[in-house]
Design a protein around this ligand. Structure first.
Ligand code: GDG
Length: 755
């Protein structure tokens, strides 16, 4: 995209939009102290990251942007209090609270979110609970969020929904406000198809459809995006083109946006005199020990137990490090009501006791263990005071702790050991990357980290810091919003082209004044909807009557120009006084009572060479088959496994292109088909035949796929060419679907008769 365009979109972000951020939790949480309700900042990567972005908008010289954060305020209050609190939240905190009942928080948050989605999406299927009541509550809470958004939304607002708690919300909003611009970002991994399919069929469909209600769906890594696209293809059957879909006349895009941190904040705070002082005190109290830091929320995905075993193995294998190293283990309480978390807490407590008991003595405790929340400043001091950060999640969407540690190392020393299962490992390639289930590898990584030369530490951190500084959280959010806005621009561009009133009037006017009118009409996707079984896509009574009416006007020449075979076209349209063109221009039947004839002499000597290859693919892929037409061979895969079909179609096209380099044929990939066709046979050549013969002063051509482009290309300047659906085209106009085409043709038929 050119720089000016980016800038224009960026300014628009700042100037005209109001952003509604929707997440499960608000950035502030209500707490009761001494019988009084107070608010404190919520913790977590999402809140701190997004707050930094929203603050950056405020500080902008173009500041005129507004935002409202919609979410649960962390408290349950009486109905009377709700209204007062709402007003308070809106005016003081730029927030709109969504109040949830205790019951819903149980089944929705602790239930479906944290006992179903969280374990499954983090590859712990054995910990996942599949409970219909949890699901119902998930649906209900998503609807509650929809209602809350609808209470405050304005048409030009941009909605940005966050995370796995609200995966149904984009579609719910779309149903209520079809034109709303919505983005969705998933902060946790999107799992592979084999895991995702463990969800009940109804749930998995509704979750994917829910997400596809957004215009833009963002993930931390390329893999998550690919897994999502694969699930959409396998479960809903939608094929994508470079991550893009057209769904119900809407562009939808899935894209990768790795989330950064507020680099400047960590870096500057780390340099502040207060933190320097706190770091010095901390170092003093830690003595001369080399310190390894481990800090996480209490969560089985974070791999704390594996980490402890790795440390234990390190101590066992390296007695010379005894008495010289300490593991500062901070576990932050989280999801206290969930049983697995309580079990894990017990396991950690026992393991810490065992390691300290086995290796420690009166002068040395190998693990300093704290089970509590650490405020941000002491946290940064801790990052600064520790020589090594050991971050070993078994799965993690991104992991911001790893990034924060690197950002806080202002002298660029320190070593990060990072699990390759964290999204952050895709970016922080200079860390020591480990597989968290490999205890030996963790032990070796600890030794390598503790013994790493200072210069080497600096070299690695310099590279990582440069990247973190460039790709910070503001850039992440800005990239996302900019992409979202550009989808709206694209949509508006398409709508301008597609607005039928601006097309219909001049078209009817030209038609009325014309002496000879030539109409080229494609069939499938243009005059009728696609069907799984092509033979089921019969013409409707309405279509036949419109065609009849058009054909009965003597100034009209109607040409039905299709890829279908002669027999089908004859069976469906043989009684009408219209011309038929079959097999994309291979055969023509110029009038009702005339015979079919070939437009160009056929040279079919290529067929025996190509047919075995197509048959080989038909054998390989159940549900696919080969159709032999007079001038072409077609491999169909509409009924086959969608993913394999799509993959093998690409492979087949590749093979065919090489194989046919010296044969006079064209290889085309259409809608769930690969076709090999004799060169020179296309809708353009057929169209030219009629144009030369009829010499019309009004031409209309309507089609929906790439084969119609051959026709659009050869039409005279004055022709009306219309592409159905949302795609790039040579056609001058666009219509959304076959219904609109019929409406236009009906108007054209009426106009003819009203003369
Ligand atoms: C989800 C995904 C993804 C933690 N303990 C304390 C504390 N924190 C702050 C850290 C950091 C954040 O919480 C933790 O972020 P993570 O990325 O590690 O993990 P989740 O909270 O599970 O976040 C994750 C993230 O969303 C963003 O998309 O990276 O994969 O699971 O910012 O600083 N902060 C303070 N005291 C603590 O004790 N002050």
């Amino acid at each position: 995209m050119p720089a000016e365009k980016l800038y224009a979109i960026k300014s628009e972000t700042i100037k005209i939009m109001r952003l509604l951020v929707v997440s499960n939790r608000l950035p502030v949480t209500g707490v009761e102290r001494n019988g009084k309700l107070q608010f404190q900042k919520s913790v977590g990567g999402l809140v701190s990251g997004l707050s930094a972005y929203l603050d950056s908008l405020k500080g902008s010289p173009l500041a005129n942007s507004e935002y409202v954060w919609v979410g649960w305020p962390g408290i349950t209050v009486s109905d009377r209090e709700k209204e007062r609190l709402k007003a308070d939240f809106v005016t003081r905190l730029q927030a709109y609270p969504v109040f949830l009942s205790e019951r819903d928080m149980g089944a929705f948050y602790l239930g479906f979110c944290n006992k179903t989605i969280w374990p499954l999406f983090h590859y712990f299927p054995d910990r996942a609970t599949f409970d219909e009541d949890y699901w119902k509550s998930y649906v209900r809470v998503n609807e509650t969020f929809r209602n809350a958004v609808l209470e405050i939304i304005q048409p030009e607002d941009v909605v940005w929904v966050h995370d796995y708690h609200l995966m149904l919300l984009p579609k719910l909003l779309r149903e209520a406000m079809p034109d709303i611009l919505t983005g969705f970002f998933l902060h946790i991994p999107f799992p592979s198809f084999e895991l995702f399919r463990l969800l009940a069929r109804k749930w998995s469909r509704e979750i994917l459809e829910g997400l596809l209600g957004a215009n833009l769906i963002g993930f931390h890594t390329h893999e998550y995006t690919q897994y999502f696209l694969r699930c959409v293809l396998r479960i809903l059957g939608h094929e994508h083109d470079m991550g893009r879909f057209v769904i119900n006349q809407r562009f939808v895009k899935a894209e990768t946006f790795p989330m950064g941190i507020d680099f400047q904040r960590f870096h500057h705070t780390a340099l502040s005199p207060e933190i320097q002082k706190e770091t010095a005190q901390l170092k003093k109290s830690l003595g001369d020990f080399n310190v390894i830091l481990s800090i996480d929320r209490l969560d089985y995905t974070k791999g704390v137990v594996q980490r402890l075993r790795g440390y234990e193995a390190f101590l066992r294998q390296n007695p010379h490090w005894h008495g010289r190293v300490i593991l500062a283990l901070v576990v932050v309480p989280s999801r206290i009501g969930v049983e697995h978390y309580q079990q894990m807490k017990r396991q950690i407590d026992e393991l810490v006791g065992k390691i300290n008991g086995t290796f420690g003595n009166l002068k040395w405790t190998p693990i300093l263990y704290q089970y509590k929340f650490v405020p941000i400043e002491p946290l940064i001091a801790l990052y600064r005071a520790c020589d090594v950060a050991l971050v070993t999640p078994l799965r993690d969407g991104m992991n911001l702790i790893a990034k924060e540690y690197v950002a806080s190392r202002t002298d660029q020393t320190g070593v990060l050991i990072l699990s390759e299962m964290a999204g952050a490992a895709k970016e922080l390639r200079e860390a020591i990357l480990i597989n968290p289930t490999d205890i030996e590898e963790i032990a070796e990584a600890l030794k390598e980290a503790l013994e790493m030369e200072r210069e080497e530490q600096i070299r690695r951190n310099q590279a990582m810091q440069a990247r973190l500084r460039r790709c910070d959280v503001v850039r992440w959010a800005d990239d996302f919003i900019r992409d979202l806005l550009s989808l709206r621009e694209e949509r508006r561009g398409w709508e301008a082209k597609a607005s039928s009133p601006s097309l219909q009037e001049p078209l009817l006017h030209s038609a009325r004044t014309a002496e000879r009118r030539l109409l080229f009409l494609d069939y499938d996707g243009t005059l009728a909807e696609f069907e799984g079984d092509p033979q089921k896509a019969k013409p409707s009574a309405q279509l036949l009557s419109i065609l009849q009416s058009l054909a009965s006007d003597l100034r009209n020449d109607v040409v039905l120009i299709s890829g279908r075979d002669k027999a089908t076209l004859h069976r469906w349209f043989g009684t009408l006084s219209i011309a038929l063109v079959a097999e994309h221009g291979a055969w023509i039947k110029e009038q009702k009572d005339m015979q079919w004839r070939m437009l160009a002499p056929s040279a079919n000597d290529w067929k025996p060479k190509i047919l075995p290859l197509l048959e080989f693919y038909a054998d390989r892929l159940p549900g696919s088959w080969v159709e032999q037409k007079d001038c072409s061979l077609v491999w169909h895969y509409r009924k086959a496994d969608p993913e394999q079909g799509s993959a093998w179609a690409k492979e087949l096209v590749d093979e065919l292109v090489n194989f046919t380099a010296n044969i006079d044929v064209h290889v085309l990939q259409g809608s769930k088909v690969v076709e090999v066709r004799q060169a020179g046979v296309n809708k353009g050549t057929a169209g030219m035949h009629f144009l030369t013969q009829k010499r019309p002063d009004f031409v209309l051509a309507i089609g929906d796929d790439s084969t119609d482009e051959d026709l659009f290309r050869i039409l005279p300047q004055t022709a009306y060419s219309i592409r159905v659906g949302m795609s790039q085209s040579h056609a001058k106009f666009t219509l959304p679907d076959h219904r609109e085409v019929l409406r236009l043709l009906d108007a054209l038929a009426q106009a003819g008769h009203n003369l």
